[in-house]
Design a protein around this ligand. Structure first.
Ligand code: NCD
Ligand code: ZN
Length: 353
C-alpha cells in the first residue's frame, strides 16, 4: 500500500474568496497549498470590470502575503457587459469571464438573462482567447432542481458551443452523467469537479436529517452520478481538472430556516481529493487532475514546486473556524468517515527533494 504521494503543486480552478474579513480568513488555506486559483467574481456588487478586478486582486494578494500564490481573475458576465469590457479585461490580465444564468446560485441576480444579449461579447472572448466559465443550470422555476444541469446543456450550452466553436469553455462543477458525456464528446470543453460532488451524494445531504453543511449548488445528485464523477475524475482524461468550489458562508447563514448554498472545503482540500483517488485505486492519475490538466486547458505552464501528502489515521476538520476578528465562524467540510491524508511538505522547489 502506498503511504505517500508526491505531486506537482496543484492549482484550484474554481473557488470563492468573498471579501473583507472573510477573505482574510479563508485565503491562507488556499494560498499555502495551491499555486494559483480561479477566483469567482460573485461579490456583492459583482466584479464586472477591469477596475474592480484589479482592486479585488490587490486585496487577495494582501491576504496571501508571504506566499507565492497567484490569483487568476474572472469577470462576471452581465447583460450589460460590452465588447470594450472584454478588451479592457484582457489588458488587465483577466483569465476568464463567468456566465451565471440570472438567479442560478448565490449572488447571481446580475447574471445573464438571455445568451443573445452577450453574443458580441462571446465573439470577442473567442477572438482574444479568454476562457468562458459556465455555471451550467437553467433557472426556470418549473424545472426540477435535479434536472437543471441536463436542461442547461440541451437548451443553452449546445447552442453556445455551435455558435462559438473555438471558444474554450469550462463547465464548472459538473455533477451529472449527462454533463460528463457532453464534456467528453465536445471540442474545446473542459470541466472542474468539486470534492463534495466526489465524496457525497444527495443521501448524505438528506438522510437522517438535513445536513446544511453539505448543501451546495449544483445540488448533489443521486449516487450513480457521484460514481460517474469519481470514475471520470480519476480516469486520467485531460478534460477534467480540480476546482474545489470552496464557497464559505457564515455558520449562522448555513444553519438557518433558509440556509444558503455553498461548502467551505479549502482546509484539507488536496488531502480529500487524494483520498478519492486512493479509494478509486488511481493515485497515479492525481497529478494530471490536480496539477497538469488545468494549466493545459488554460494555456499556462505547470507549477515548478511540488508537495508531499502522507496517508494518516482518519481525522476530521475542526468543527468550526473563527473569522479573523472572531465576530462569527465558518464550518469547514468534512467527509463522512473523516480524512486520511495530510500534507507533509508545502511547496518545495522541484529538485530540492
Ligand atoms: C457558490 C457561492 O456560495 O458563491 N455556492 C455554491 O453552492 N456552490 C456559488 C456557486 O458556485 O454556485
Ligand atoms: Zn462556485
Amino acid at each position: 500500500m502506498v503511504d505517500f504521494v508526491n505531486i506537482i503543486r496543484p492549482d484550484d480552478w474554481h473557488l470563492h474568496f468573498r471579501d473583507g474579513v472573510m477573505l482574510e480568513t479563508v485565503v491562507p488555506y488556499t494560498a499555502k497549498v495551491f499555486g494559483r486559483a480561479i477566483v469567482m467574481p460573485n461579490l456583492v456588487p459583482p466584479v464586472v470590470d477591469a477596475v474592480m478586478m484589479r482592486s479585488y486582486r490587490d486585496r487577495i494578494l494582501a491576504a496571501a502575503e508571504g506566499t507565492s500564490f497567484k490569483p487568476l481573475m474572472v469577470l462576471y458576465l452581465t447583460d450589460d457587459t460590452s465588447v470594450q469590457d472584454v478588451v479592457d479585461a484582457k489588458e488587465a490580465g483577466a483569465t476568464a469571464f463567468k456566465l451565471y444564468p440570472a438567479g442560478a446560485t448565490t449572488n447571481s441576480a446580475s447574471g445573464v438573462t438571455d445568451i443573445s444579449k452577450v453574443a458580441d461579447v462571446l465573439e470577442k472572448m473567442q477572438e482574444l482567447e479568454i476562457r468562458l466559465c459556465v455555471h451550467g443550470e437553467v433557472t426556470r422555476p418549473e424545472v426540477d432542481i435535479f434536472d437543471r444541469e441536463k436542461l442547461f446543456i440541451d437548451e443553452v450550452l449546445s447552442s453556445i458551443r455551435k455558435q462559438f466553436p473555438d471558444l474554450k469553455i469550462v463547465m464548472e462543477h459538473v455533477t451529472t452523467s449527462e454533463g460528463v458525456d457532453f464534456v467528453l464528446e465536445t471540442e474545446n470543453m473542459g470541466a472542474t469537479i468539486t470534492i463534495q460532488h466526489l465524496m457525497i451524494n444527495r443521501n448524505h445531504m438528506l438522510v437522517g436529517g438535513i445536513q446544511p453543511h453539505y448543501y451546495c449548488l449544483p445540488v448533489p445528485k443521486r449516487n450513480i452520478h457521484q460514481q460517474r464523477l469519481r470514475e471520470v475524475a480519476t480516469s486520467g482524461s485531460e478534460k477534467f481538472f480540480l476546482g474545489t468550489d470552496s464557497a464559505p458562508h457564515l455558520r449562522g447563514d448555513k444553519e438557518s430556516a433558509c440556509g444558503c448554498a455553498g461548502v467551505f472545503n479549502a482546509p484539507r482540500a488536496i488531502e480529500m481529493y487524494t483520498q478519492v483517488f486512493d479509494e478509486m485505486d488511481a493515485l497515479p492519475n492525481l497529478k494530471a487532475f490536480a496539477s497538469i490538466n488545468g494549466p493545459k486547458f488554460y494555456g499556462l505552464p505547470v507549477n515548478d514546486e511540488y508537495i508531499t501528502i502522507d496517508r494518516v489515521e482518519p481525522y476530521d476538520n475542526p468543527p468550526e473556524i473563527p473569522l479573523r476578528n472572531n465576530s462569527a465562524s465558518i464550518v469547514p467540510f468534512s467527509p463522512p468517515g473523516g480524512i486520511c491524508w495530510k500534507i507533509r511538505e508545502w511547496c518545495k522547489k522541484r529538485g530540492n527533494r
